[in-house]
Ligand binder design. Structure first.
Ligand code: N01
Length: 537
């Protein structure tokens, strides 16, 4: 440990919803914590993703913290699905209301964290060369924060402006009169394409994999509904927490395959009209049985054929993978945008992207001359943000080496060989990305704060996930994923978007309530599966 180094009970990395609440809880325990944030402000994903049209695909009344009744009552969302700027205001409101910013060091990137076996403390280093020491290291670095900029030939040779959706300029971009190319058709592209198309002279959409998207039917939040929900806010959220993904949406327990075609289509139609992610809850077998899934696939393909006027363009937009196995998109006028005369779909399946050149993008067919390129190419999900930091645990073991054949965690919260290190809601093996993120974050933060309190009361200094418990958890995570359609689709859930990344279905899909109960049981059994000791190792 360097001499004169500042000492903290905990260092938290990341000032998104996870880091903010973690800081609040640790303060409540009387601990001294420092939070490092690479960005210039709080808000995490909502700080970085400022592309046109960015908004949440979970409804506002559910995409909020629950830890403070006063906060829940006083905050009022404007729309059914909150836009990025409003969610960012909410994050800052929380940070200010709970006076969190005085312990946050912004514009500070953590580059390494090494566990010192002698002292049982973490030595955390920032890009500015600052070192601090902490007993606990808490990674609140997010599951979709490490930007993926694919290694396309000539990528950096383009003479015009380039943007990544997750690193959007704070003062916006004016595409008026410009020829714009966008690479990618995931959630970020689906949200931004309709708005960029309205501004640009011409928009070229470079699509490798067509996407399923369900309309948001966004609009102003119904004030009567808000009043009704707020009258029993705790009850509202508690009822939703009993559902598999912790998202409200009338789960149907009936399988699609035992249902007549007319009844099935009526159910899909009803959900299409209501809009949003609960489309996937229409039948119980959609993510388990390919034939059931095909009924939903075909329903969406018919919608695309009906919306997109040019049959050749519609055909190119038809997805083929099992719906839901890549994250379902929620849009405001996505497919309709392809009816505009200033929008061209470039089908990279037919004419692959060959290179980026100074004047534009070249496919195997032709050159598209462009003034600006938008990379809507996503993230190195779940493990990326952790592996980009040089994290070393016992005996100097690097986290990326420990995870070289695939990430292993216990509950997605801790990993063997890395004492006093916790991950919040982004760790592989946790429900995180398959659940409503804010409640998942709160559940993890509460678990971590409770175990730290437990250790304090018993004068325990070190906690580590045992290898046995970790192996059993990894096996369980794989077992619940195996019967689903998820592992077989190329998606960021399995790391398929990053060349060389081990192919593992990373999230826990056993259901949010099942997961929460497991955590409660583990805590009730004295943090079973963790080894806790009163001295350093
Ligand atoms: O990223 P993505 P995203 N050449 O990985 C393509 C959350 N989110 O930022 O599918 C050509 O989904 C890639 O093609 P393919 C949400 O969980 C939420 O859109 O690999 N194309 C794909 O089309 C979401 O799932 C919200 O063939 C290339 C696209 O880029 C997650 O973040 C909003 C390529 C990447 O799509 C990530 O979404 C936004 C290449 N070399 C995001 N490399 C909401 O709450 C990649 N692609 C609504």
């Amino acid at each position: 440990m360097a001499n004169g180094q500042e000492q903290f009970d905990a260092v938290i990395v990341g000032a998104g919803f996870a880091g903010l609440y973690m800081l609040h809880r640790l303060r409540g325990l009387g601990l001294l914590a420092r939070l490092f944030e690479a960005g210039g402000g709080a808000g995490g994903t909502w700080y970085w993703n400022r592309y046109p049209g960015a908004r949440c695909d979970v409804e506002s009344m559910q995409y909020s913290y629950q830890f403070s009744d006063e906060l829940a009552q006083e905050w009022s969302w404007s729309e059914r699905y909150a836009p990025q700027a409003e969610i960012l205001r909410y994050a800052n409101h929380v940070a200010d209301r709970f006076d969190l910013k005085r312990d946050i060091q912004f514009n500070t990137t953590v580059i390494s964290a090494h566990f010192d076996t002698q002292s049982g403390r973490w030595d955390v280093e920032t890009a500015d060369g600052e070192h601090v020491s902490a007993r606990f290291l808490i990674m609140a670095t997010g599951c979709l924060s490490a930007v993926n900029l694919p290694a396309i030939e000539g990528r950096d040779s383009f003479a015009g402006a380039t943007y990544h959706t997750a690193r959007w300029p704070h003062d916006g971009v004016d595409f008026t009169g410009l020829r714009v190319g966008i690479i990618g058709t995931g959630s970020s592209a689906v949200q931004s394409i309709p708005l960029i198309a309205r501004e640009a002279k011409h928009l070229y959409v470079f699509q490798r994999t067509p996407t399923y998207s369900v309309p948001a039917h966004n609009g102003p939040l119904d004030r009567e509904e808000e009043r009704r929900i707020k009258a029993d806010y705790r009850g509202f959220r508690a009822r939703i927490a009993e559902t598999a993904f912790d998202v409200d949406g009338e789960i149907n327990d009936k399988p699609a395959l035992g249902t007549s075609e007319d009844e099935r289509d009526a159910a899909y139609e009803k959900r299409w009209r209501k809009g949003g992610l609960p489309f996937l809850l229409a039948f119980s077998d959609l993510v388990f049985d390919l034939r059931a899934n095909e009924t939903a696939q075909e329903f969406v393909r018919q919608k695309i054929r009906a919306i997109v006027k040019d049959p050749a363009v519609a055909e190119a937009l038809l997805p083929e993978h099992a719906v839901g196995t890549k994250r379902l998109c929620v849009d405001i006028g996505y497919y309709e945008t392809f009816n505009r005369p200033n929008v061209t779909l470039v089908n990279l399946k037919k004419t692959p992207l060959a290179a980026i050149v100074p004047t534009g993008i070249r496919t195997t067919e032709r050159l598209y001359e462009l003034d600006a390129i938008v990379f809507a190419t996503g993230f190195d999900a779940m493990t990326g943000a952790l592996n980009r930091i040089d994290i070393r645990g016992l005996n100097g073991l690097a986290l990326k080496d420990a995870w070289s054949a695939g990430p292993k965690t216990y509950l997605g919260i801790a990993t063997a060989g890395f004492p006093n290190l916790f991950m919040i809601a982004a760790g592989p093996g946790s429900p995180g990305v398959l659940s409503n993120m804010i409640p998942s974050i709160e559940q993890h933060v509460n678990f971590i704060a409770d175990v730290i309190e437990h250790m304090g009361k018993r004068q325990l200094a070190v906690i580590e996930a045992t290898k046995v418990a970790q192996e059993a958890w990894v096996q369980h995570v794989n077992e619940v994923a195996a019967p689903t359609l998820f592992p077989s689709t190329n998606s960021w859930y399995v790391g398929a978007n990053i060349p060389g990344k081990p192919r593992i279905f990373m999230p826990y899909i056993g259901g949010y309530p099942v997961y929460v109960q497991k955590c409660k049981d583990i805590a009730a059994n004295g943090y079973e599966g963790f080894s806790l000791s009163s001295r350093s190792i």
